[in-house]
Design a protein around this ligand. Structure first.
Ligand code: UDP
Length: 326
């Protein structure tokens, strides 16, 4: 397949590109490098442009296409920032995606895989969340992703545009070869912050946000899913669109929950090091428990996560963080 990957220089996008290339697919990356890394574009050519520039998108489709499939990872994704600067989120995530969809229509491209998130669900009404759980986001980031899902359904009905929205739970880990990995500035995610506190303890004291949640050890429970398992799901979702028409959505998670303290303990075991931390106030908008029911992705896409233990996931992340080179 020829695949156009918007946001292919970012954390999840670059892992998907590597996975696609390994499976014999041809890739073009479209990325403005605002949060992505040129060093992570190793599996196809880079078109350094912005999704807020509609002509640049159309030009890319015309010059480098036609493509069999589009994947879209470009997004602002910091929940806190989305609360204080919602305009950034609605412009980049909603208007930017609208530009991509319109460029697809203008150039007769029909299939797109969209990076969605468990944040579309808002506060969970049950601890195992399936795709029918109400979508009631509690911050502009989640709202912006939900708006795109709504647009995709409308574009399917009006224009026959076929899509899969993949709702990630907690993406984590790195490719085992450690040539790419998670590198955000600022870093807000738990596993990289735990490991950074070991690599560079003076500048990175680990903070645990809340220890009085209604969970066994008082810290939040999440569903951690390895980035290469996400990559596999993207290829399967792309193949699925060659036999299915419409707008689809699937959860991507392991279906098991681990607390923040479980992560700290597993990281200590993997690295053989003691991990210092301090307890801080809870972060605004963090639900106590968020775990996926991902049966639909397993049944309909044939997806099966390979990394099911925290230790296996953290081991790959640790390899990356010890030699992080961008
Ligand atoms: N967390 C933490 N310290 C950190 C980063 C995260 O205690 O430095 C907690 C956070 O409050 C949440 C869990 O770890 O309960 C997972 O947070 P992360 O930002 O990795 O993902 P989220 O679930 O917010 O998407």
């Amino acid at each position: 397949m020829k695949v156009l990957v918007f946001g292919g220089a970012g954390y999840i996008g670059s892992h998907v590109c590597k996975y696609l290339a390994k499976h014999g697919h041809e890739i073009t990356v479209f990325d403005n490098l605002s949060t992505g890394h040129a060093e992570a574009v190793c599996w196809g050519n880079l078109v350094q442009q912005d999704i807020l520039n509609p002509e640049a998108i159309v030009d890319c489709f015309r010059q480098h296409g036609p493509f069999d499939l589009v994947m879209h990872f470009c997004a602002k994704s910091l929940v806190g920032e989305s609360v204080t600067s919602p305009e950034i989120y609605y412009r980049n995530n909603v208007v930017g995606t609208l530009n991509i969809l319109d460029a697809m229509l203008a150039t007769a491209h029909q299939r797109i895989i969209f990076s969605s998130t468990a944040a579309v669900y808002g506060n969970p009404q049950q601890s195992l969340i399936d795709e029918r759980h109400p979508r009631l986001p509690i911050n502009p980031y989640g709202q912006s992703k939900k708006m795109v899902e709504v647009m995709l359904l409308d574009y399917a009905n009006a224009h026959g545009l076929d899509s899969v929205s993949l709702r990630y739970f907690n993406a984590c880990g790195a490719d085992p070869e450690a040539d790419i990995g998670e590198s955000h500035q600022p870093e807000t995610h738990l596993i990289p912050n735990v490991l950074k506190s070991l690599v560079n303890p003076t500048n990175n004291v680990l903070k645990i946000f809340g220890d009085q949640y209604p969970t066994a050890d008082g810290t939040c429970i999440r569903d951690y899913i390895h980035v290469n398992d996400l990559a596999q799901a993207h290829l399967l979702a792309g193949e699925f669109l060659f036999n299915h028409s419409g707008a689809f959505a699937f959860n991507l998670g392991n279906g098991s929950g681990f607390s923040v303290m479980d992560v700290v303990k597993a990281a200590s075991q993997v690295t053989g090091r003691e991990i210092d931390y301090q307890i801080e106030a809870p972060r605004a908008g963090d639900p106590p428990i968020l775990v996926a029911n991902a049966h639909q992705a397993q049944q309909q896409l044939g997806w099966k996560a390979q990394y099911t233990s925290l230790e296996a996931i953290i081991e790959t992340a640790w390899r990356w963080h010890q030699n992080e080179n961008f």
